[in-house]
Design a protein around this ligand. Structure first.
Ligand SMILES: NC(=O)c1ccc[n+]([C@@H]2O[C@H](COP(=O)([O-])OP(=O)(O)OC[C@H]3O[C@@H](n4cnc5c(N)ncnc54)[C@H](OP(=O)(O)O)[C@@H]3O)[C@@H](O)[C@H]2O)c1
Length: 298
C-alpha cells in the first residue's frame, strides 16, 4: 500500500521538490500542507494528485490533523519569512511534539547546525534549526536531518550577480577563496524520496546535501561560460565586511559564510549522488537555467 507522507512547505522550493518527487512515485501519497489552500500552487499540487491540508506551524492545533494517518512527514521551517529565531524554534518544537503524539514513523527535518554552539558566534537561521534538531533528538523521534547547502537558485534571487561600472558582474558571496558546497533546492526531492523509501536505514542520521563544491571564482567561470559574452567574477569582500552591509539578516548571512569557510560542515556530493544519481552539478543547472539567470541580471 502506498505510504502517506505529509509535506510541509509543499508550495515552496524544498517542500515543492519533495512533493513533486513523491507524486511521481506510486509507492507514495502526498498530503501537502499550506496556509492557503486556494493559492495557485496549492491548486496545481491538488491537480497532480496531492491531498491539500490547510495548517500552520504557528498554530499547534492544526498540526495533529495534518499528520493523522501519515507514515512520514517532511518538515521545513522558513526563517526568512519572519527572521525571528524563537518563533522558528517554537514551530520546530511544536511539529516535533505533534509528530511524536501522532506516532509518525519517520520525520525528515530540514535542519542545519547550531553554529553558536560549534563556532562561538551567532547565526540565528542556522542556530534555530540546530536547536530544533537537538529537541527532536531529545524526544527520540525517528528522524532524519537533511541539511541543504547554499542554493544554486540564490544566484537568480537574493544573491544575483551585481553589475559593475566596467560591465562585469560580481558574485557577492564572501568565501575569501575557499570552496563552498552548493545545491539545487529544486532538485533534492528525489534524494528525500530515497530516504523515505529506505526509512529504517536513515533514522537518527544526518545528510548534508551538496550538488557541487566550488570556489566562488569557479562558480563565476561557469556563469561566464554559459552567459558569454558577459563576464562574472568573485567578490573580494570578507565575510565580516559582508556582515556589516546593513540590510536585514546581513550579519546572520556573513556569519554563515564564515562558518562555511572555517568549519567546512559535513555536506557530501558523493552521498547526495548515492541518494539521487542525477543530482545536478552547478554547470548542468546553469545550462538548464540560462534564461532565468539572464533575466535576473540588470
Ligand atoms: N536559500 C538557501 O540557500 C538555503 C539553504 C539551506 C537552508 N535554507 C532554509 O530554507 C528555509 C526556506 O525553505 P524554502 O527555500 O523551501 O522556502 P520557500 O520557497 O520560501 O517556501 C516556504 C514554504 O514554507 C511554507 N510555510 C512558511 N511558513 C509556514 C507556516 N507557518 N506553516 C506552514 N507552512 C509554512 C510556505 O507555505 P505557504 O505559504 O503555502 O503556507 C512555503 O511552502 C529557510 O528556513 C532557510 O533558512 C535556505
Amino acid at each position: 500500500m502506498a505510504k502517506l507522507i505529509t509535506v510541509f512547505g509543499a508550495t515552496g522550493a524544498q517542500g515543492g521538490s519533495v512533493a513533486n518527487a513523491l507524486l511521481e512515485d506510486q509507492d507514495f501519497k502526498v498530503r501537502a500542507v499550506t496556509r492557503n489552500a486556494s493559492s495557485d500552487k496549492a491548486k496545481a499540487l491538488q491537480g497532480r494528485g496531492a491531498e491539500i491540508v490547510q495548517a500552520s506551524l504557528d498554530d499547534p492545533s492544526t498540526l495533529g490533523p495534518a499528520l493523522q494517518g501519515a507514515h512520514g512527514v517532511f518538515v521545513v521551517t522558513n526563517y526568512w519569512e519572519h527572521m525571528d529565531q524563537e518563533r522558528e524554534i517554537k514551530q520546530g518544537k511544536d511539529i516535533a511534539d505533534a509528530a511524536k503524539a501522532a506516532g509518525v514513523l519517520h520525520v525528515v527535518f530540514s535542519g542545519l547546525e547550531n553554529v553558536e554552539k560549534i563556532a562561538g558566534f551567532p547565526c540565528p537561521h542556522f542556530d534555530a534549526k540546530g536547536q530544533i534538531e537537538e529537541y527532536m533528538t531529545s524526544l527520540e523521534l525517528p528522524v532524519t536531518f537533511v541539511r541543504f547547502s547554499f542554493y544554486y537558485e540564490n544566484y537568480i534571487s537574493m544573491m544575483k550577480p551585481q553589475k559593475q561600472e566596467d560591465g562585469t558582474y560580481v558574485l557577492g558571496v564572501p568565501m575569501e577563496g575557499a570552496a563552498m558546497d552548493i545545491v539545487s533546492a529544486g532538485d533534492m526531492g528525489p534524494a528525500v524520496r530515497t530516504i523515505f523509501r529506505n526509512w529504517a536505514r536513515w533514522i537518527r542520521r544526518a545528510v548534508g546535501f551538496s550538488g557541487d563544491k566550488l570556489t566562488i571564482q569557479q562558480t563565476a567561470d561557469i556563469l561566464s561560460k554559459h552567459l558569454a559574452p558577459k563576464v562574472f567574477k568573485a567578490s573580494d569582500m570578507t565575510a565580516d565586511e559582508f556582515g556589516q552591509l546593513g540590510f536585514p539578516g546581513a550579519d546572520d548571512l556573513g556569519n554563515m559564510f564564515k562558518f562555511y569557510r572555517l568549519h567546512n560542515p559535513d555536506r557530501s556530493v558523493e552521498l547526495t549522488r548515492q541518494l539521487h544519481p542525477t543530482a545536478m552539478t552547478f554547470d548542468t543547472w546553469a545550462a538548464e537555467n540560462k534564461e532565468a539567470l539572464q533575466n535576473a541580471l540588470d
